[in-house]
Ligand binder design. Structure first.
Ligand SMILES: Cc1cc2nc3c(=O)[nH]c(=O)nc-3n(C[C@H](O)[C@H](O)[C@H](O)COP(=O)(O)OP(=O)(O)OC[C@H]3O[C@@H](n4cnc5c(N)ncnc54)[C@H](O)[C@@H]3O)c2cc1C
Length: 421
């Protein structure tokens, strides 16, 4: 079976791998010159299924409103007349109800736990090394964070997820590099891990090529259409235009997926939510994180990646340009630097950080859209939002199973486009 995957982010590469493992003849079409060059490039690298959760949560609208005009805020909404933004916000608000939150969280975690198992098998079977560290420490600055953490702890207990509730001194045993900042404590998730997502994608691309997968870089898909029950892909490179009619097509084009699907009459409420990260060489390992920490007040991750620290977070809606030269970017840098300096002031010379911006492909309810569409030969693997690296291996396997007519290993209830019908 000839299958074309559109997009070589972490989701597309994992999909290509599983398709090749299932015996398909796979072509990956990617507009950039390599794999994982867009949102999969500069993320925080966390694969922590227990931490995977929808952003649409009870109490979140109030929390965001209270922080919207603060100097260092994790969320910014740029004034915009874009109707797609306000439609997305309205749907997101509707999903903040407790019943919806619980339903969406269960769907995301079902996929994330499965994905972690698939990733572990891939890593160990093929000896893939990607600057991996183990354990995630969520840090609570004050009583407000601790109060919100009580719900998290109840959920972890109910779900039987391994965790430890720690006071500040115990957190410092886990992460001796922490500064002498005053804080109330944390939650340690021993099963969480962090790894370099684009490095993993590059290793996997090489393994894909060994299995015959063809990567066509510098090739952009312009639109999709139907010819009988076949999907027609119209694409171009700098030299030529072409049209293809493979046996099946998987759209894994990150934030650009919605426009591509619209061209063939499939609608998904996808919106780009920008985030920023900084990478900086470690100056003194004694004062740097051993693994990953998450500042729960600012929702900023500070993680160890080889001999660098990555600081990642913030959410910006309403401006689709991926530029580092905006007012929003300037304010995001200030927030990320403040958080890094609060917790690990001596770890690095933060002035020398290199900056990155990416757009999370966010759906208002949280879970991605994985699997079939109303066109028999068209499949999706998109909308992984803020946890695409944590879900990519599993969702790639699921799509490969569906394309080749096998039954996926987990229930897909609430994970396909049918939930928007
Ligand atoms: C600041 C930040 C921190 C994050 N931290 C984490 C984290 O700790 N853990 C986690 O799990 N996730 C995290 N994420 C989210 C994660 O990075 C994304 O969910 C994931 O990268 C999405 O992968 P993707 O393959 O769907 O998209 P992308 O990586 O964007 O890949 C899509 C690809 O499709 C290509 N493409 C698009 N349109 C076309 C076209 N028409 N023709 C050809 N090619 C096309 C693009 O060039 C791109 O390469 C974070 C995101 C941000 C912004």
């Amino acid at each position: 079976m000839r299958v074309t995957v559109i997009g070589a982010g972490i989701v597309g590469v994992c999909t290509a791998w599983s398709l090749a493992e299932s015996g398909c003849e796979v072509t990956v079409v990617e507009r950039n010159r390599g794999v994982a060059q867009e949102t999969s490039y500069g993320n925080a690298g966390m694969v922590a299924p227990a931490y995977v959760t929808p952003w649409a949560a009870p109490g979140m609208p109030t929390k965001i409103l209270s922080m919207l005009f603060a100097k260092d805020t994790p969320v910014r909404v740029q004034p915009s007349l874009d109707p797609a933004l306000w439609r997305w916000v309205a749907r997101w608000l509707g999903e903040c109800r407790a019943t919806h939150y619980r339903r969406n969280k269960e769907r995301m975690q079902r996929l994330a736990f499965y994905s972690r198992d698939v990733l572990t098998t891939m890593r160990t079977r093929h000896d893939i090394s990607y600057e991996r560290t183990e354990g995630l420490l969520q840090l609570m600055r004050g009583e407000r964070d601790a109060a919100m953490a009580r719900n998290t702890i109840a959920f972890l207990k109910e779900a039987g997820v391994a965790h430890e509730v720690l006071d500040a001194a115990e957190c410092r045993v886990r992460e001796p590099g922490l500064s002498d900042i005053d804080f109330v404590g944390g939650i340690h998730l021993p099963d969480g891990e962090t790894g370099n997502c684009p490095l993993f994608a590059r290793h996997l691309k090489n393994l894909c090529e060994e299995r015959g997968v063809r990567f066509e870089f510098g090739t952009e898909v312009d639109r999709l259409s139907l010819e009988g029950d076949r999907i027609v892909i119209e694409l171009h490179t700098t030299l030529q235009r072409d049209r293809r009619t493979p046996d099946a097509v998987v759209v894994a084009a990150g934030v650009s997926s919605a426009a591509l699907l619209r061209s063939i009459g499939v609608r998904v409420p996808l919106y780009p939510v920008k985030g920023y990260s900084a990478s900086v060489a470690i100056r003194e390992p004694t004062f740097a994180p051993m693994a990953s920490v998450m500042d729960e007040a600012y929702k900023v991750a500070i993680v160890r990646m080889g001999n660098r620290i990555r600081i990642a977070g913030t959410a910006e809606l309403g401006d689709r340009t991926l530029s580092l030269e905006t007012r929003g970017a300037e304010r995001a840098f200030a927030t990320l630097l403040k958080v890094a300096r609060d917790w690990f002031p001596g770890a690095a010379d933060y002035q020398g950080a290199s900056w990155w911006v990416g757009a999370r492909p966010m759906l208002p309810d949280g879970p991605p859209v994985v699997g079939p569409t109303r066109h028999r030969r068209l499949f999706t693997n998109l909308g992984h939002g803020s946890t695409g690296w944590a879900m990519a291996a599993g969702s790639g396997r699921i799509v490969a199973d569906l394309v080749t007519g096998r039954t996926p290993e987990i229930d897909l209830d609430g994970l396909t486009v049918a939930r928007y019908a």
